[in-house]
Design a protein around this ligand. Sequence first.
Ligand code: MLT
Length: 407
Amino acid sequence: MITINENYLKLQASYLFSDIARRVAKFQQEHPEKNVIKLGIGDVTRGLPPACIAAFHKAIDEMADDSTFHGYGPEQGYDFLREAIASHDFQSRGTEITADEIFVSDGAKCDTGNIQEIFSEDIVIAIPDPVYPVYLDTNVMAGRTGDFVDGRYKDIVYLDCNKENGFVPALPDRPADLIYLCFPNNPTGSTATKEDLQKWVDYARKNKAIILFDAAYEAFIQDSSLPHSIYEIDGAEEVALEFRSFSKSAGFTGTRCAYTVVPKKCVGWDKAGTPHSLHDMWNRRHCTKFNGVSYPVQRAAEAVYSEEGQKQCEELITFYRANAEVVLQTMEGLGYECVGGINSPYIWIDGKMDSWEFFDLLLNKAGVVCTPGAGFGTCGNGYIRISSFNSHENVIAAMKRVKEALR
Ligand code: MLT
């Protein structure tokens, strides 16, 4: 008899964004006359930067010719992309990350979900609340949690993020081995200063812990005092892995390209207390389970770092920032307390009512889709998240409708 991984039975019925998509599809079926504006999932709407498209086309043409065709590429990514990443995203900020510490992949979602495989089953996980659900669900699947009771999994160290701490979690009151952090934060849009991150790095060094730092939204940072990478923090290259994505910075959500930095200095210990290189372990895992991102996609990603590519990506970010400003001004104008929207594409709004009720209200009365904060954890209850990823026209129309619905 085939038996199942019973950890899956602990999971909530469905993945947050699939659940929302189903509810919206049902609403649209029942109200075909209503034009729904989606400001829920953070999915970009603008076309790829022309520099990326040109590189993409050129690479496709190369694939058509026997003499320039590419078959399997290096699992870790082509050197041309790894070198561009190391130089532009890290060395230019004074950090020492090198190209061979970069692992190119098809998404930060997959990487943040898969990375836990290289750690032992019995480690203690610290996860912010609210949180991007992938960090939590993948640890549930791996059996690192107990049952789900009163909105929380047993055995997880939850790091509450709330108004009191400015949505930047305090250090845990119990030892934690693996710590998930994301800044600028999804879902709250909050940011962490160098001092905030230094505390975490010091904690990790002291406790022989590892930080998994998700920087998928760093391109939205406007405040020049804020760190874009955890490697801007002293000692981080010994205790932190970083996840980055071209999804939000260059519009690659449908194209798929991201990367994970695993510094060679990062180690984990076996039961006998012998240190092992996490870089070697992730390399082993990556080579075994992944065959690399396609050559044309990597050439398109490389073009992000060209002079025109950089300008065009900045223009994309500016475009979504303008949307975020409209959302922020509207919601604050209506008297709601908001976080994010300045160094982040997300606006986190204290709705002063149950999150799902607020979600239903906006959907039914305004035809606008948001994301209920409760879907990100118990500390998210009472909040909704509005994403700035849509056209200006749609964001303006959505905010007009929201104003009318909430007045
Ligand atoms: C979100 O809406 O939180 C993100 O789009 C999810 C993701 O990037 O996978």
